[in-house]
Write a protein that binds this ligand. Structure first.
Ligand code: HEC
Ligand code: HEC
Ligand code: HEC
Ligand code: HEC
Length: 488
């Protein structure tokens, strides 16, 4: 059912009722589509839309020009302690800043977390390619998410989409090798009518759990929901064929998603987390990109994602929505001053800078303390502290990590909801501190020297920062003081 757009679905229902009412069962009911593109209902190739919508295509190609340098996120200038807090997981090896939608698929294909992981699964593709709905169709929802990424999913996709590989190019020398199947037209539009639609079953499912039926979404809702197909927190549910699943059930705040995730972890065979920390030994939840959720309880919750990120532009005298998804600060007049016309551009820029600067300070502080907490628990394990106490400390580390990771993985640096992000950092710092206090008490009881431990943590952090090869930094986080404790 999710292939049918909301409106055409309603149209089908309405015409059916109408026909039933007038007692006419004729199969020649006339379709009065608002727009007919002539494209196939299942069209997944972005290139197919090029000639039909030349202005939108031009706008789409602008995603190929990077707005920022695509740095590794563990660079000392960004988040230096990631190789520690994610140790034991691919994200500790390579994780980069974002770039445009046209590159989404190839960036995933080429990142070391995928290339160096022979067990990667096709669920990873569910937010990167217009071919994913086709994959579900072909393999069924029970199989489509757990195909082996390298052995099964990629060969299928290369076979299916190979022909137009490398054909998405702009006039400035940029090309997106897999641009024709990367996040694109059919992700958000019904190819036949261009109405907005949801193609991701996990979103429809997540909303349902919150008691919201997608059929009741207004056009204004849809201008954010199309983004919520991907810009959300998710996990691959082991109790449901590894299908992409949103931890929505209690609500959308970070606190409510935490409660929901913890309830899942308590279920028999339920999702515990994406990895086990090599340093503190407990299962850890890795946050993804919860832009939709953080926005949903922030000051701009009545303003849609598209209002700011796809502002109306006038091109060749025609009014259209920008399809360059990037920083709204580059389009401040159209994105912000339509509402904040009483404020100068520099006032708005300074307000955003202030919010983001404060956010980053707390983020770094929370990550620093979280990294220390991991090492304190490592020492508890290697010095033989009672297992129950270790478990208690691991639970605090896990909670401390979730509450910095959610606002850190959220890409607006707090702008979408400054207070919501701050509340999260505060809880993170509290929980990591509690872990450290608990550990300190236990370590002192077994005669450990806390000053020495602190010195070792400090030196280890410095070694991680000083390692110049980004994807080898994680190797510095483990050493003779702090061994890998998994399976201990
Ligand atoms: C099918 C999944 C998907 C959908 C739907 C989607 N995005 Fe994205 N978006 C991504 C991925 C993946 C990236 C990162 C791509 C990369 O770095 O290669 C991204 C990146 C971005 C970026 C950063 C671009 C840059 O240049 O750094 C913005 C802004 C963005 N998306 C906004 C939106 C908005 C607004 C919507 C809804 C109108 C939306 N996205 C819908 C998957 C999606
Ligand atoms: C991430 C979601 C997303 C993707 C991908 C996307 N669009 Fe859109 N598109 C939108 C939204 C949101 C609107 C505004 C719809 C509204 O409010 O009526 C829109 C509007 C449009 C419109 C209506 C006119 C306008 O500008 O408002 C056309 C035509 C269109 N898009 C074409 C395309 C084409 C062609 C592609 C692929 C190259 C594409 N879109 C990719 C989200 C998307
Ligand atoms: C009131 C305007 C506004 C609304 C509404 C809004 N955003 Fe943003 N968004 C921003 C600003 C401002 C930034 C920060 C840009 C910067 O740092 O240059 C941002 C940043 C982002 C980024 C990171 C961009 C990058 O370059 O990496 C993504 C992704 C994003 N928003 C997605 C969304 C999604 C999805 C929604 C809806 C759920 C949304 N935004 C709603 C204004 C908005
Ligand atoms: C559709 C209208 C609309 C658009 C577009 C819009 N805003 Fe807002 N903005 C609001 C509303 C409504 C509020 C909340 C006012 C309140 O709470 O009193 C707000 C509040 C703010 C605040 C104060 C937030 C806080 O933390 O209290 C800032 C700063 C801001 N907007 C900046 C921006 C920027 C920058 C953009 C463009 C990227 C933007 N706005 C786009 C309507 C809008």
């Amino acid at each position: 059912m999710w292939r049918i757009s909301k409106k055409s679905f309603l149209f089908v229902i309405a015409s059916f009722l109408f026909l039933a009412l007038i007692g006419c069962a004729s199969s020649e009911a006339q379709e009065s589509e608002p727009l007919t593109t002539g494209l196939d209902a299942n069209e997944w190739n972005n290139l197919a839309f090029k000639d039909k919508f030349p202005l939108h295509w031009e706008s789409y190609l602008e995603n190929m020009e990077n707005q920022n340098e695509v740095l590794p996120k563990n660079d000392p200038s960004i988040e230096p302690y990631l190789p520690i807090v994610w140790n034991g997981f691919g994200f500790a090896v390579e994780y980069n800043l974002t770039r445009g939608h046209t590159y989404a698929f190839e960036d995933q294909m080429n990142v070391r977390r995928i290339t160096q992981n022979p067990n990667a699964v096709s669920a990873c593709m569910s937010c990167k390619t217009t071919l994913f709905p086709e994959m579900i169709e072909e393999f069924g929802a029970e199989e489509a998410y757990k195909l082996n990424y390298h052995e099964e999913a990629l060969p299928w996709l290369e076979e299916k989409a190979g022909e137009d590989k490398g054909k998405v190019i702009d006039g400035k020398g940029h090309s997106a090798e897999w641009g024709h199947v990367s996040v694109g037209c059919s992700t958000c539009h019904d190819p036949e009518t261009m109405e907005l639609r949801i193609t991701a079953p996990h979103l429809t499912d997540g909303l349902e759990r919150l008691g919201f039926d997608i059929e009741n979404a207004t056009q204004h809702d849809m201008r954010s929901l199309v983004c919520a197909q991907c810009h959300v927190e998710y996990y691959f549910d082991p109790l449901n064929d590894l299908q992409t699943t949103l931890p929505w059930g209690d609500g959308l705040t970070f606190e409510e998603q935490w409660d929901y995730s913890e309830a899942q972890a308590e279920r028999d065979g339920g999702f515990q987390g994406e990895f086990v920390s090599a340093i503190s030994g407990g299962p850890i939840l890795k946050a993804q990109h919860p832009e939709y959720e953080l926005w949903s309880y922030g000051p701009h919750q009545t303003v849609s994602c598209a209002d700011c990120h796809m502002p109306y532009q006038r091109v060749d005298g025609e009014k259209m929505s920008s399809h360059r998804w990037g920083s709204p600060m580059e389009t401040l007049e159209e994105s912000c001053r339509t509402c904040h016309g009483d404020k100068t551009p520099s006032y708005l820029e300074n307000r955003v800078d202030d919010i983001q600067k404060r956010h980053k300070e707390q983020l770094l502080r929370a990550q620093d303390i979280s990294a220390s907490a991991h090492y304190y628990v490592n020492r508890m394990i290697t010095s033989g502290v009672d297992e129950e106490k270790v478990k208690e400390a691991q639970a605090l580390v896990r909670e401390g990590q979730w509450f910095w990771d959610m606002p850190a993985a959220e890409n607006s640096y707090g702008f979408h909801n400054p207070d919501g992000a701050m509340a999260s950092f505060t809880r993170s710092i509290d929980k990591s501190q509690e872990a450290i206090i608990l550990a300190t008490r236990e370590l002192m009881a077994v005669g450990e020297d806390i000053d020495e431990l602190e010195e070792q943590i400090k030196l280890t952090k410095e070694n991680v920062i000083d390692e110049s090869v980004n994807h080898e930094k994680h190797l510095q986080a483990i050493n003779e003081w702090f061994p890998d404790v998994r399976d201990n």
